[in-house]
Write a protein that binds this ligand. Structure first.
Ligand SMILES: [Fe+2]
Ligand SMILES: [Fe+2]
Length: 477
């Protein structure tokens, strides 16, 4: 009875009249379903059973379109990796388990490359006969500091225990060790003396020789991100030029468009952001985005992942943008492929790893030699992500959800790594992997300026799938 009253109340509050058959149909549904059902019925005087059935079909279809499964092929785009079953309690046990899984995977890569089994740290520490031995250990860097004599002291940790490791100033690997940030998993060869390891060489997971040249793929992919619609600083003219170019004969080979997060500016992303907003309603920001999306040529497949400005869970991996916002985009592009952040897609045989790039802030902060932020250093920062085989290699600088799988690990090496977020474009390569940062369509904001970043506005990298060459098109003027 209570349910019946609630259903009638909801229907009436929206000003609908409803036929008895339609009411009976609604009473069979659960209350959560009711709102989206009523959102989807046509605007007419009396809602009939048929209207509700049609609406339900539409909703189901939309839901199917959104939740792409790994392995699925959607109009020439294969979904290789799409984080699913997201939802955690955030307990410390879950975090410990996440770090353990990360350690185990990266350790297995290192063991494979070294061809030697490492000694568990506790075995080393507990044996009296090991003093003076040369050994191999694998651990995750817990802490790192430079000593008064400029030697580097790190503490590494495996499943069994932890040990201090010293890289003497002037030793062959000192410079390299200086660059390795905390939380990296590292295999160290050195001499064990009185409870410490004096390192003479080390290895990080890295990638070399693992990438198989892709077979066939053709067409071009426009890679963009950080458009920030709704911001006062959104460079609408530059984006307008980009959309016109996509519609021109010069872009007829462009068959895919990837939007790698921060499509809208969102609200409340950082303190006083509202002062930088032109559109303070996030729905209206999505409406503006859909007005542009509508004008992207129909034969261009659009792929979209969220960034830290989208109204969705901030902890990575981020789920797909919720449907209440996405609906604005789906209305004009029902074939839009909305995926979580990160995600990996395959076009032809080319694998493209998409990640918004929030971890770049920590990479720039913790790895020496990457400042100032310029196209060259953006590429170098992204090389570090590949070398460390993790999209967020330094833990604790932005929220990570301890999911039952570490979706940020780079287990399958991509042919192309596409990242945004830093608002400075960069194109380069690392051991066969094309590296692309897509810059931004937002002019310098006071916030970005305070970070000392010189933004590159209105540049769109265009990837040729066949040659894997990237041409950076400039729409800034
Ligand atoms: Fe951004
Ligand atoms: Fe961002």
């Amino acid at each position: 009875m209570a349910q019946q009253v609630e259903v009638v109340r909801k229907v009436l509050s929206r000003g609908y009249n409803i036929s008895p058959e339609a009411l009976a149909f609604l009473l069979e549904r659960n209350l959560e379903e009711l709102d989206s059902l009523l959102d989807s019925v046509p605007d007419k005087a009396v809602i009939e059973l048929e209207d509700l059935k049609e609406a339900l079909k539409r909703i189901k279809k939309r839901a199917e379109r959104r939740l792409y499964e790994t392995g699925e092929d959607v109009g020439g785009v294969r979904i290789i990796k799409s984080p699913t079953n997201l939802g955690v309690k955030g307990s410390s046990d879950e975090f410990i388990e996440l770090m353990r899984r990360r350690f185990q995977f990266l350790k297995s890569l290192l063991v494979k490359k070294s061809g030697v089994d490492p000694i568990p740290i506790s075995n080393l520490l507990n044996s009296t006969s090991r003093n003076g031995d040369r050994v191999l250990v694998v651990g995750m860097i817990l802490e790192k500091r430079v000593l008064r004599d400029f030697s580097i002291r790190i503490v590494i940790d495996d499943e069994s225990g932890s040990i201090p490791v010293i890289f003497k100033k002037g030793s062959r690997y000192w410079d390299k060790a200086d660059k390795i940030p905390v939380d990296s998993v590292i295999a160290i060869k050195g001499t064990f003396i009185n409870g410490r390891l004096y390192a003479d060489s080390f290895r990080i997971p890295d990638l070399n020789g693992e990438l198989v040249e892709p077979g066939s793929a053709s067409g071009k992919v426009a890679l963009i991100s950080d458009i920030h619609m709704g911001s006062r600083y959104f460079n609408e003219q530059a984006f307008e030029r980009f959309v016109r170019w996509l519609n021109s004969k010069y872009a007829k080979d462009v068959k895919f468009l990837v939007i790698c997060g921060d499509l809208v500016d969102g609200i409340g992303v950082y303190p006083n952001q509202e002062e930088e907003l032109k559109i303070v309603d996030v729905y209206k920001q999505f409406q503006l985005a859909s007005s542009f999306l509508e004008r992207i040529p129909r034969d261009v497949k659009v792929i979209y992942i969220p960034g830290n400005h989208e109204p969705v869970r901030q902890a990575e991996p981020q789920p797909v943008v919720p449907e209440e916002y996405l609906d604005h985009l789906l209305e004009v592009r029902p074939d839009l492929i909305a995926l979580p952040n990160p995600a990996m897609i395959g076009i032809g045989d080319v694998r493209i790893l998409l990640y918004h790039g929030r971890s770049l802030n920590a990479v720039f902060k913790h790895i020496p030699g990457l400042q100032p932020i310029r196209p060259e250093t953006v590429v170098e920062a992204m090389r570090w992500i590949l070398r460390l085989r993790h999209l967020a290699p330094i833990y604790g600088e932005h929220p990570i959800a301890p999911e039952s799988e570490d979706w940020l690990l780079i287990d399958q090496v991509p042919h192309v790594l596409h990242v945004g977020h830093i608002h400075v474009y960069g194109v380069g390569e690392y051991n066969g992997v094309k590296i692309v940062n897509s810059g931004t369509f937002e002019n310098e904001t006071p916030y970005i300026k305070s970070l000392g970043i010189e933004v590159t506005v209105g540049k769109a990298p265009i990837l040729d799938l066949k040659s894997r060459e990237v041409e950076v098109k400039d729409f800034s003027s």
